[in-house]
Ligand binder design. Structure first.
Ligand code: NZQ
Ligand code: ZN
Length: 433
């Protein structure tokens, strides 16, 4: 009987061509009496499909497109927004003037929470049904947009348990049309079809595929008012969306890697400027441009999937402790990096590339370079005001095992860049204390 297992060849000095075209070999190991499938860590570029149906209006004054964006779907609008930031910056008044002047009928859903709750989704679906809504307008950050995406899909969901829909109904769903106006640069929800909904009763925070926005309005001036904390957290989220896909075994998807590295460098350059000068248009515009592309899938086209392990681990943290998503990611990422580098040194070449191409580091000792790239990332987050330990968020070991088990449920991280099991995840959480 043959048993197969992965083995790294650890050969990075070969040319790219050699590494790609000598990718797989079967070797007999007489001593172990089984065949070992040697899968070298470098794989060649994979097929992909580009299918993003969202129309994006980017830039100062893009709101002039709002009326036409909505009218194509009807005049009965559900306006969803969060805890009031859109009123403080005058955006709510600007929108209401456009809608009132245009003869739209508006129903409001306010108070959508950061880490949006399933209860808000249920409330929104009810409002849509009661008021025969034609189109949903989400104004805010990822939380508001995600909640509105779930509302759009929930409207057509035939069951009465919306949490069941989030948890079990796979793939894009029949949905009401969605238009959004983004006010914080972070998630990329304006340019993807996913949404993340929280159920505090069950301590679950789950991502699901709902619907793409039909139209997204991205005006960087709306982000001038975002606090330093949320600006830094949002930037960490953008960077994480890139790093989750960048650390992949596929080496020859050159455009994808180039896009990823450019986005990382753009955030690294512009976050400190946005923190120092919150109304610096160029810095805010660059961050917004990056956030939109980072989670769209484009920086991963052609690359082997990676399991997005830091997101899996972070969603557990925010499900239990309701923390800011980007902060959780910033804390986890350097610890995850050090852990996997130790667990599987065959992935070192990726870290070397990260250190060189993203941070401009140089040196002959590849291991030192890999570690320096991680250290400088951690310092960057810290220097930009992000708390970098779970202790600072009052999180202790109490739920680590339950969170780790859930993050790895169904072997979810078994095919990650470096496969992780529950014990690994517990260790990574502990390293974050
Ligand atoms: O609620 P309001 O008053 O609007 O205040 C928000 C909130 O307190 C505030 N804010 C937003 N725009 C502002 C502003 N404050 C001042 N001025 C403005 N212009 O910022 C706070 C955070 O808002 P939120 O929407 O929660 O932030 P973010 O965009 O980071 O969204 C986080 C949520 O998205 C999920 C996360 O898990 C989390 O639930 N994600 C969604 C993804 C997706 N759909 O693709 C992918 C991500 O990986 C992520 O998981
Ligand atoms: Zn994220």
């Amino acid at each position: 009987m043959f048993r197969c297992r992965k083995r790294s060849n650890g050969n990075h000095s070969k040319s790219l061509y050699e590494r790609i075209f000598s990718n797989c070999a079967i070797q007999t190991n007489a001593k172990e009496q089984h065949a070992i499938l040697i899968v070298k860590e470098v794989t060649s570029m994979l097929n992909y499909t580009h299918d993003i149906p969202t129309k994006v209006y980017f830039g100062k004054g893009a709101i002039t497109h709002l009326e036409e964006a909505l009218r194509q779907f009807g005049t009965n609008v559900l306006l969803g927004y969060g805890g009031g930031s859109i009123k403080k910056i005058g955006l709510y008044d600007e929108i209401m003037k456009i809608l009132n002047d245009g003869g739209f009928r508006v129903t409001e859903l306010s108070g959508i929470e950061p880490n949006p709750r399933i209860e808000s989704v249920a409330k929104g679906v009810e409002l849509c049904k009661e008021n025969k809504i034609d189109v949903v307008l989400a104004v805010g950050g990822g939380s508001t947009i995600d909640c509105c995406k779930a509302i759009c899909s929930g409207y057509y969901y035939e069951g009465d348990d919306l949490w069941y829909m989030v948890k079990h109904v796979k793939g894009p769903k029949k949905s009401l049309p969605l238009v959004d106006i983004l006010t914080i640069s972070a998630t990329g929800s304006d340019f993807d079809g996913g949404g993340v909904i929280t159920n505090l009763e069950t301590n679950e925070k789950l991502g699901a595929s709902f619907t793409y926005p039909s139209v997204s309005i991205l005006d960087p001036t709306y982000t001038f008012s975002v606090s330093a904390y949320q600006t830094a957290a949002g930037s960490a989220d953008i960077m994480s969306h890139i790093m989750e896909g960048y650390f992949s075994r596929t080496e020859d998807s050159e455009l994808a890697d180039g896009i990823a590295e450019t986005i990382l460098k753009t955030v690294i350059r512009n976050l400190p400027i946005a923190l120092k000068e919150p109304d610096n248009y160029s810095a805010r515009a660059n961050l917004m441009h990056c956030e939109s592309v980072a989670c769209s899938g484009i920086p991963e086209y052609g690359k082997q999937s990676t399991g997005w392990p830091c997101h899996a681990m972070e969603h557990e943290l925010s499900a239990y402790y309701d923390i800011t998503h980007g902060v959780g990611l910033a804390i986890l990422t350097p610890r995850w990096m050090r852990y996997i580098l130790k667990k599987d040194p065959s992935c070192e070449w990726r870290f070397v590339r990260f250190a060189k191409n993203v941070w401009g580091l140089e040196g002959n000792d590849e291991h030192e370079l890999a570690l320096s790239g991680i250290a400088i990332l951690e310092k960057f987050f810290k220097d930009n005001g992000i708390p970098m330990t779970l202790g600072e968020l009052n999180i202790d070991e109490t739920h680590f095992r339950a969170m780790a088990d859930h993050a790895c449920e169904g072997g979810r991280l078994a095919n990650a860049f470096v496969p992780l099991e529950s014990d690994d995840v517990v260790e990574i959480y502990k390293d974050c204390l």
